[in-house]
Ligand binder design. Sequence first.
Ligand code: NAD
Ligand code: ZN
Length: 345
Amino acid sequence: MRNEMTCLVKAEPREGLWMHTAPVPEIGPDDVLIRIKKTGICGTDIHIWNWDDWAQSTVPVPLIIGHEFAGEIVEIGRNVEGLERGQRCSGEGHLIGKNSRQSRAGKFHLDPATRGIGVNEQGAFAQFLRLPAFNVVPLPDEIPDDIGAILDPLGNAVHTALSFDLVGEDVLITGAGPIGIMAAAVARHVGARHVVITDLNPARLDLAAQVADVVPVNVAEDNLRDVAHGLKMTEGFDVGLEMSGNQTALDQMVENLVMGGRIALLGIPPGKSPVDWSRIVFKAITIKGVYGREIFETWYKMIAMLQNGLDVSGVITHRFAATDFRDGFAAMKSGQSGKVVLDWR
Ligand code: NAD
Ligand code: ZN
């Protein structure tokens, strides 16, 4: 009945992405076929569009890209239990191995053999996606497809924000990109006292203040220490969530943290970056690197928080039909957007 589908493809090893047709994927006994409704454009997809060094060394060509999605199950492999046709879902885009020490310990998100849909394997920017049933996350009725399509980056935000106990703590978030903004909303939701978010881009800081009850600080203009004093913080921030990938931001975070403070690092610096480790030692700071999200504990927590009042809907600033993907990518590249969602129906 449906043999061909439309999909967004890295078809050639150069800048750009192209809308093609491809066969609808065949599913194996442990897979489901998902009809894609909405997808989110990620910073990763911009790297793939730009065909930078990382993309060139990582992404096979041709490849259907995209890993942030919401859709509906339309076909079920013969071994799959507990899922039905018509089930609305999102899903974990990391395809894990089952043999590593970490996987066998149940820490699926730490499996070193992980492969990403839309990065190493065929992705979700298509009318249909094949996914192992294991990776499916059913969506409750109260979570709309738009939000379902951004659960992947919300998961990054939630995993990072829940790295440390935030109840009653003063939290500094560096980088008001979509993930930093969502992490700010999560930090408030779980009971942080003050949440300060920094950026250099006024549009991003405005968006942060619209989405969450946070104190936006433009570090190009304002002094972070003055802001902290204004909030009656005497010794510095208790917890830092680094979400810019910028070296200066990390430096500033270490500088403004309390003795014994804790930092979760999600932002990815472009290369090796110099760090003054002696300050980290003398301040007795704990640093945790954060990759992806916990499979599936983060999914459980974020869905529960969305059900009990966490609202990140304002972070979606642009919506386009999938055929207008060029406009979506342009919005992302402009630096003026939050999340950009494409509609595949
Ligand atoms: P983004 O690029 O949209 O946002 C980063 C923000 O940081 C931008 O708004 C930028 O203006 C701001 N910034 C730059 N320099 C700054 C400075 N000195 N101080 C404060 N802010 C500064 O990215 P995003 O999609 O929100 O993702 C956040 C980061 O997390 C990125 O580095 C991304 O690569 C990384 N990431 C990591 C993982 C992971 O698994 N570890 C997953 C997704 C994204
Ligand atoms: Zn993503």
